[in-house]
Design a protein around this ligand. Structure first.
Ligand SMILES: Cc1ncc(COP(=O)(O)O)c(C=O)c1O
Length: 455
């Protein structure tokens, strides 16, 4: 990137209305024993008939046919084996049912994709209309152009867009665009951040070579001083910095950007002519309809979206600024199903609902309600707890829980009562969640805490 294009980068991009940085996304009400009045007289007793027999039976048979039975992040080992369902049967709105017929108020939303409710009628109708005239052709359909118009007009700093199927497609491709544009080799990322399952970034094992990461560099979240050191050491060879809009690692609480962090990162990238790539795959469409960078008030060069854009229909997207459009065009990008109309129609409908029905505001409100209720109950029963990170994508942390046993116990007790709480991953709220859901979930939580007894 020439000094000229750096300058252009700051002047050419779309002007956007900036919203101020939200300092704390989850406003906690200070918990007191007195204020902790819940509807304990009406609490829902654990459904004694709730079993996971079919789930476990299916899983046992699946291990003969499928490596690990269920692989990846949905492998039962990441929850509490025996306390959670392994297979889903159907869903509607904020609820779903497993193969044993157990119903859950869901706080995982399929690990993010469900954003306006399972089996949403409007999204399904749009998808159905598209497939009735065919989905995959020799060419894209007009849906692609219409969705491109929609996404670039919604997201701030988006002059162009490409579509794929998964988050990893987009994050990997974005690093290639950074390399192509800058003609440099190194990519910087934050330790413990997740950017997908490809060799350069997977936290998993197997089939990897040291060479896969020979041009990766790492620093810690909120430590712009460490990033500055990396630029000092490798500045003339750093093509891009890829980061999530706030830090959401697994097995530990989420961390918001400290004041001034994003501005510092942005100016280091500009100074050293490296692209700032935002991985908004997880948080995208849950903080701001304009992109999470707009919520935190900074201007990236490329932003990757996935999960929530199609309410579960498989589609991902990357948007970028004008300066990088030529390089984006030179980096080969395609896939067998990537131009299909169905998912693009579903994404149009999802974005319409989110915008018209102010879906993100609903998620935030429900998340804040849940956090306030959990804090009160935690105080009352001697298990202080709080939700970290933004209210719409909270991560539960229990105090004094070094080996995470309390969290595992609490979340599995709540799940057994009918509200799906993951013990080690951030949760997701959706626009389909209601006050009734939250009240019912808090009843499940109170029952669970009673069953857990004194800490
Ligand atoms: C922040 C982030 N980036 C990238 C990915 C990868 O997306 P996918 O699993 O669709 O490839 C994920 C998936 O969970 C994610 O949370």
């Amino acid at each position: 990137m020439s000094a000229k294009s750096v300058k252009e980068k700051t002047t050419k991009s779309k002007s956007t209305t900036k919203t101020p940085v939200k300092k704390t996304a989850t406003k906690a009400t200070s918990p007191t024993r007195k204020s902790a009045k819940t509807k304990s007289s009406k609490v829902t007793a654990i459904n004694k008939s709730r079993t996971f027999k079919k789930s476990i039976d299916l899983f046992t048979r699946a291990t003969d046919l499928i490596p690990q039975g269920i692989y990846g992040h949905q492998n039962p080992a990441i929850t509490v084996p025996g306390s959670y369902p392994y297979y889903a049967a159907r869903g509607k709105g904020s609820h779903y049912w497993d193969v044993d017929g157990n119903e859950y108020i869901d706080y995982m939303c399929a690990y993010g994709p469900m954003v306006v409710g399972y089996a949403n009628d409007k999204v399904n109708a749009a998808a159905k209309k598209a497939i009735e005239t065919g989905d995959c052709f020799n060419h894209p359909s007009e849906y692609m152009f219409n969705l491109a118009k929609r996404v670039t007009s919604l997201v701030s700093s988006a002059d162009w867009v490409v579509f794929g199927k998964n988050g990893s497609d987009m994050t990997t491709w974005a690093t290639q665009v950074a390399r192509e544009h800058t003609q440099k080799r190194k990519i910087v990322m934050v330790r413990e951040a997740y950017h997908g399952s490809h060799a350069w970034c997977t936290p998993g094992h197997g089939g990897l070579l040291d060479e896969d990461r020979s041009h990766m560099l790492y620093f810690d979240w909120n430590r712009e001083d460490q990033l500055a050191d990396l630029f000092k050491q490798h500045g003339d060879d750093i093509a891009g910095v890829i980061m999530t809009p706030y830090h959401h690692p697994t097995f530990t609480g989420s961390v918001l950007p400290k004041p001034g962090f994003w501005k510092a990162v942005q100016s280091l990238c500009n100074e050293h002519e490296a692209l700032l790539i935002i991985d908004d795959v997880r948080a995208g469409w849950r903080l701001s309809i304009k992109g999470s960078h707009d919520y935190f008030d900074f201007t990236p060069d490329i932003v990757c979206f996935c999960k929530a854009i199609g309410n579960g229909y498989p589609i991902s997207a990357a948007v970028g600024r004008q300066d990088y459009k030529a390089a984006a065009g030179r980096v080969f990008l395609t896939g067998s199903f990537w131009f299909g109309s169905m998912c693009m129609a579903a994404a149009m409908a999802t974005l319409d609902i989110l915008e018209k029905e102010k879906g993100i505001g609903v998620m935030m409100k429900m998340g804040k309600m849940l956090n306030a209720g959990l804090q009160k109950l935690g105080e009352k029963y001697g298990y202080p707890m709080k939700l970290t990170g933004p209210a719409s994508i909270p991560y539960l942390v229990l105090e004094d829980d070094p080996n995470l046993r309390k969290s595992q116990n609490f979340c599995s007790q709540v799940t057994k009562r009918g509200s799906f709480f993951h013990p080690h991953h951030n949760w997701f709220l959706s626009a389909a969640h209601t006050k009734k859901d939250i009240d019912q979930t808090l009843n499940h939580c109170e029952d669970a805490l009673k069953a857990m007894g004194k800490p």
